[in-house]
Design a protein around this ligand. Structure first.
Ligand code: HEM
Length: 268
């Protein structure tokens, strides 16, 4: 007799980042009321004031601060004036929101939609969970953590050709035979962010993701005083002497936004 005890890798939540660029003279025409009514119709709670429980569906509003280009050119994300993050336990709700919002926007504004799903971790046992996730930062009100960063990325064919056991090794430090640490690996290189960054990573439905889509869509929130730590954590992860995993990473633009409470405040 054999057990049938495989752990689920099924998505537990779905999300999309709706990236929009709106010419100055068209900003009045983009209906705040219609967009907010749509969110209400779908029961999406505003993440600006997140509350203590995790609601079935959420919406947020991010107004552009700036963006930095990277290896994957993604002009629509790089130049976006605003991003509307939407998330739900129901994939249909996310799709409906994106479809309806696209319809509501004037013909001239075609949003770039970057979507994915939250799935259980792949390489995390109890000890890693306790190190990296047990005391993670939960979502705070927009007044406390006003910064949102979207950092989408994909991994190279070389990464996906590796067996999962080899991929797993990149999240831990490497040691030589005498126990001397050779490099930190992903989790230790990023450790400064554990206490101050709210982290959320969506994955594509397939691994690797199809062409023109991202494998991973990372999103972070933090307080103003922790923006420098966010950048330090990214710098540490990108340093392949500390974190050899990044040899296999191709990043899209890093987009920085300010969390605002309403659609009307998106275009300041
Ligand atoms: C702030 C502290 C951070 C810690 C402690 C941390 C830790 C971890 C750990 C333990 C995993 C493995 C999850 C699993 O078992 O599947 C992971 C995965 C991942 N992390 Fe981080 N991370 C941090 C920050 C970041 C940042 C800043 C980025 C991107 C800029 C990032 C991107 C990712 C991605 C894309 C994955 C999935 C990789 C894959 O499955 O191949 N992480 N992280």
């Amino acid at each position: 007799m054999r057990a049938n005890d495989t752990r689920s890798a099924e998505a537990v939540r779905h999300g999309a980042y709706v990236c929009i660029s709106v010419p100055r003279d068209a900003r009045e025409a983009v209906g705040a009321t219609a967009a907010e009514a749509l969110a209400e119709h779908l029961g999406l709670r505003n993440e600006f004031d997140p509350g203590r429980d995790e609601p079935p569906g959420t919406i947020a509003f991010l107004s552009r601060v700036g963006a930095t280009a990277a290896e994957i050119a993604d002009v629509d994300l790089l130049s976006a004036d605003a991003i509307i993050p939407v998330a739900s336990v129901s994939a249909e709700s996310v799709t409906e929101f994106c479809t309806e919002l696209t319809r509501l926007l004037a013909q001239t504004i075609k949003p770039r939609i970057i979507g994915g799903s939250l799935r259980p971790t792949n390489y995390t046992g109890n000890a890693m969970h306790n190190f990296a996730y047990a005391h993670r930062v939960l979502q705070q009100p927009g007044t406390v953590m006003p910064n949102g960063f979207l950092v989408p990325m994909s991994k190279t064919a070389g990464w996906w050709q590796k067996d999962w056991m080899e991929r797993h090794t990149y999240f831990l430090p490497r040691y030589d035979e005498s126990g001397h640490m050779l490099n930190e690996g992903h989790a230790l290189a990023a450790a400064a962010g554990i206490a101050c960054l709210m982290r959320r990573t969506y994955k594509n439905a397939t691994e690797p993701a199809p062409a023109e889509t991202y494998d991973f869509i990372n999103y972070f929130e933090c307080a103003d005083e922790d923006v420098s730590t966010f950048h330090e954590v990214c710098t540490a992860l990108r340093d392949i002497t500390k974190n050899p995993e990044w040899k296999f990473v191709r990043e899209g633009p890093t987009w920085h936004g300010r969390r605002v409470p309403t659609w009307a405040e998106l275009f300041g």
